[in-house]
Design a protein around this ligand. Structure first.
Ligand code: DP6
Length: 329
């Protein structure tokens, strides 16, 4: 009853921001992301009657309960599998956790796949994305590789709210997502708390919802046509609209720090200089920059020259979550 899975983080091109239900987690809007090769979490799960409680160790630190209830998620998987056992979980990520870098996406998808396998569950990828979604919304997209859409669904039981691959990682290998690391401190407001506050208190939230469908259409079509400008322009705009709703909530949520602005202005300057580069940001200060292979070297060089950038991670479209043979313990 032991299994190990690896999963990549994903960065949304059309953002998920807001829930219509917290139990089960169901989104207000659909979203589209790229699964990022190079930002990976590996997780080993073992169920045994020798364990008296769940133990979860993430990057060498014991994980205590927080709002992203990992222990509850393990119980959920046990219940679906019809077992009543405790688990030992060891998880390692090769990038900073909880800095708006979608670590929970790779973490929850690797955990769900490994735990489902260790618990003897035999489910489809679609089912796996539905189970993953109940742990953390955006994580359901990391079950799949390449470019992925999370359908918001309509039903209250969540059976129609799942992720699906639009195209696999080999369809558009030229697409680049360059993640800048500006600081590795833990973020002040979680994405979960931030989106709840926005839905409850932002007067512009309805406006956000009104434009999401057309952004989804543009990005989905743009990906299929490999139309970089259509995808990247829409993605940048989706991120800015999401941050506008955060800023206009009460109390305001602001993930931007001077280094974030430095990167954004540098990307806008790149465009002035004829380089096709666009940015996106999630619930943290790090900025991710989209470009194509032809501009990758110049964009990386310019980003690494900025004072606020500690380092960059270059991502191509990557694999979905998968089981591996090598256990972490
Ligand atoms: C800004 O998936 O972390 O990254 O469902 O509460 O776990 P929960 O939230 P989470 O939110 C991610 C928000 C985002 C946008 C995105 O990835 O689509």
């Amino acid at each position: 009853m032991k299994a190990t899975a690896t999963a990549n983080a994903n960065i949304a091109l059309v953002k998920y921001w807001g829930k219509r239900s917290t139990d089960p987690i169901l989104p207000q809007n659909g979203s589209i992301s790229m699964t990022c090769n190079g930002m990976t979490t590996t997780t080993t799960v073992e169920f045994s009657d020798k364990y008296k409680e769940h133990t979860v160790i993430i990057n060498d630190e014991e994980f205590k309960k927080d709002e992203k209830d990992i222990h509850g998620h393990i119980d959920r998987i046990c219940k679906i599998a019809g077992i009543n056992l405790k688990a030992k979980v060891i998880s390692e990520s090769n990038f900073p956790v909880a800095a708006g870098l979608a670590s929970s996406a790779s973490g929850f998808s690797a955990l769900t796949m490994a735990a489902a396998k260790a618990a003897g569950l035999n489910v489809s990828s679609k089912e796996l994305s539905i189970i993953t979604r109940q742990g953390s919304g955006s994580a359901c997209r990391s079950i799949f590789g390449g470019f992925v859409e999370w359908h918001k669904g309509e039903k209250q039981d969540g059976s129609d709210s799942y992720a699906e691959e639009i195209v696999d990682k080999n369809y558009w290998p030229d697409f680049r997502m360059i993640t800048t690391i500006v600081e590795v401190k833990k973020k002040p407001v979680s994405s979960r708390g931030g989106m709840a506050q926005t839905v409850a208190n932002c007067p512009y939230y309805e406006g956000w919802l009104k434009t999401v469908e057309s952004d989804l259409d543009a990005v989905r079509t743009g990906i299929k046509q490999k139309d970089f400008l259509k995808v990247a322009e829409t993605a940048e705009y989706s991120a800015l609209k999401m941050h506008a709703t955060m800023i206009a909530t009460k109390p305001p949520i602001m993930y931007w720090i001077p280094a974030s602005m430095e990167i954004i202005h540098s990307v806008r300057q790149m465009r002035e200089d004829g380089i096709h580069a666009y940015f996106t940001m999630d619930a943290g200060p790090n900025v991710k920059v989209m470009c194509l292979t032809k501009d990758e070297k110049e964009v990386s060089k310019r980003l690494n020259e900025l004072d606020g950038v500690v380092r960059t991670i270059l991502c191509t479209p990557g694999d979905g979550a998968k089981l591996v043979d090598k256990h972490l313990f």
